[in-house]
Structures are given as C-alpha cells and as structure tokens.
Unconditional design. Sequence first.
Length: 334
Amino acid sequence: QNPDITITDNVLHFRAQGHGAKGDNIYEFEIEFLEPVEPKPVCRVTQRQLNITVQKKESNWWERLTKQEKRPLFLAPDFDRWLDESDAEMELKEKEEEKINKMKIESRVPKDPFKHLKKGYLIMYNLVQFLGFSWIFVNMTVRLFILGKDSFYDTFHTISDMMYFCQTLALMEIMNSLIGLVRSPLIPAVVQVFGRNFVLFVILGSLEEMQSKPVVFFIFYFWSITELFRYPYYMLSCIGIEWKPLTWLRYTVWIPLYPLGGLAEAVCIVQSIPIFSETGKFSLGLPNPLNVTIQFPFVLQIYLIALFLGIFVNFRHLYKQRKQHLGPKKRKMK
C-alpha cells in the first residue's frame, strides 16, 4: 500500500507496506542501474502486482540491468517480455518487410490525379444541399410557430424556389452514382430523385389548385428533415470523419419519415387526379383512325402503384445499410 518509489543518483529506491512472505510488513529494496535512467518512474498498482516502468536515458543495449555484476537474489527475468538484440533485429526486419509490402501493394493501385478535386466537389455539393434543406426546415418551423395552421396554405409560395433549387441539384446524385464518384447504387438514387421531382414539378408546379393544399407542407417538411441528417453524414464521410450520433440519426430517422413522406406524396397525387381529369392537362390524344386518348389521370393511377414499389425498393436498400452500419459487428475467426 502507498508505495514510495524514487530514483536518485541512478538508484531506484522502493518502500511499501504489504502482505507477502513475511506477512504484513514493510518491504524495501534498492537497485543501482548499469547506465543512466530517467529520474521519473511510472508505477501502476493492480490487485495482484505492482508494475514499475523505468525509461533509459539513451536507447542502447545493456550488458546487464544492475551495476553490480552479480544479479540480486530478489530479481528474476520475465521471459514473456524478454527481448535480446537478435529478437529486436528480427522484429525490426519484419516491420520493414511489412512496410515494403504495403508500399508495393499501394504502388500497384493507380493513383487518381483528380482525387482531391472529386472530394472537394462532393464536400461542396453536400454542404450546399445541407444549407438549402436547413433553410427550408427552419423557415417552415418558424412559420408554423408564428402562424400555426395558416402556414399550411402558403407553403408552396414561400418555399418552392428553394425546393426547386435543391431538387434540381439533386439530379447530380444520379450522375455521381452513374460515373462512380460515389458507391451508392444507381436505382435507389433514381427512384428517390425522379419520384420527388415528379411530385414537385409535374403535380405541384403545374397545378395552382394544388399549391395551396396543406399536404404540400407535410411533403416539404418530411423531405427536409430527412436531408438534415443525410447530407452532413455524407459530407463528413468525404473527409473520413464518423460521428456516431449523426450515423445513428442518418440510418434511423428514415424509418418513420420515409413511409410518411411516401404517404404524403400519394395523398398529393390522389388529390390531383380530379383536377387533371377536369382540365385534361397532359392528356394525349392520338390521331385518327385510332381515336385514342391517353388520359393523364390514368397515368397517375399507374404511378401510384410504382410509387409504393419504389418505396419498397428504397426501404429495403436503407434497411440493409442500417444493418451494415449499426448492426452487431461480426468477429473474425482466428
């Protein structure tokens, strides 16, 4: 208990009270080292033993530990940690060989001269999208607190310009996946981007009657909340940083938000069908003798089925990603 350990004049002084071969007693010893050592030893006490680490002043091999030629009776070498010159040379040689092999492997991989440019582009893209969707989310939240339900009816006129910008820019995600800038699969990116843009540009953008519907608020709100965590996660990944709370949020918040967003989009489409039927907008009449008209409301009904199939495809993709990033780590067999 309470060991007193000091080094003066290259001599280690030890004194402590403990229970040993002589029972409860005060134990003490001195060791004079062969060559100079640092005067500040490091001591670690455990339940079974006491470890004292002494650092040499100069890194070289000693002929023996103590200045006296005859080893003290209470000292014994720990052969599990023993290392002589030949062992050290072998260890150094193995490390050098490992380093050389690693360099050889790296040299075989062709270096990408545009690596930093690509990384900079991805960081900027994700940053711009994060700022855009953050503006949408904050603006909608503030208006909701101030105006209450009244903010539902003019969401489109207030937010649409920024949403147009963000969703148009999102087309780059398809291009990024297509040319291999990111490892994300192409199909989920296509399903999400074209699905959102269809609702935004074709349904909401072309029908003034739909722009004042409360469902617009929920569509924009669910979209923006999801992206508040997705884009920062990808931005930090570009520079090799993983923040565990953000990783958890990125692969968890989509579980309630993704189905809710899909449901809001479906409600929007259902509400637009009578308007398209009445106006005949986007319906296509074929020339005689066929005399057939392709009704756009029928196309929307087909799209509703595709919408839920797309939700299923993306849900399965995101679930696999969640298991990969948040699931239990598999231990490697030795």
